[in-house]
Design a binder for this molecule. Structure first.
Ligand code: ZN
Length: 221
């Protein structure tokens, strides 16, 4: 079988090694529809703004989130994940008063500090999906609804309003081997994956999440 040609080339990193990963637009759209199921659990008002902090090579993981934001009638603003663009995160927080920010990482926190901005002020009153390297620091900030977002290969795992990390069960088979999350694609993809070792320490839960999303729950270890 000839595999469909990718529309975008992104990447994922496992154990410090970067791999290019091509996706078709339809794959990103399917991932976006799956993220709608998780994002809906927060009941953000249509018309609200969500700030996306990511990097261009993360297009395969974050473009679906932007699509989910659109589907739910919200608006997205963007900044890069870098200390130098943390000033933009701060300025977007004042200009647009976003209900949520996704992809906040160590680089953002370092940049805010470097530029003399107080993270407490930037994130107060918002839902903040933080990457693993920033989650603990974000969690202790006052009046912040801290959530996790975790990149697992070409997938962005997103925590729902009930605090569970969801994975699109229609798109992926998840296994845990030696406590590491492995992903196998179930649908036609431009780059099918067979038991991709994601480098994410996790187990697959059988639990049905109370948020109403029937997608499987991944428990980080
Ligand atoms: Zn849930």
């Amino acid at each position: 079988m000839t595999l469909p040609r990718p529309d975008v080339i992104g990447s994922y990193t496992v154990d410090g090694k970067m791999h290019f990963y091509g996706s078709r637009r339809t794959e990103l759209d399917r991932a976006g529809v799956s993220m709608v199921r998780t994002l809906k659990s927060f009941n953000f008002d249509p018309g609200s703004v969500i700030t996306n902090v990511s990097l261009t090579p993360e297009v395969v993981q974050f473009a679906p989130f932007e699509y989910a934001v659109q589907i739910l009638g919200m608006y997205g603003t963007n900044a890069d994940l870098s200390p130098f663009d943390a000033g933009r995160v701060e300025s977007l927080s004042r200009q647009f008063d976003p209900v949520a920010m996704i992809g906040i990482g160590k680089e953002t926190l370092e940049g805010l500090e470097m530029l003399g901005h107080d993270a407490k002020t930037v994130f107060r009153g918002r839902t903040v999906w933080a990457r693993p390297d920033a989650y603990e620091a974000v969690k202790v900030l006052p009046e912040v609804d801290a959530r996790r977002c975790v990149i697992a290969g070409p997938v962005l795992l997103l925590e729902c309003a009930r605090g569970k990390l969801h994975l699109d069960s229609r798109e992926w088979i998840a296994e845990s081997e030696n406590d590491q999350l492995l992903l196998t694609s179930r649908q036609v993809r431009s780059e099918p994956l067979q038991r991709l070792a994601t480098g994410v320490a996790a187990q697959v839960s059988e639990e049905a999440c109370a948020c109403g999303n029937h997608d499987m729950v991944i428990e980080l270890l």
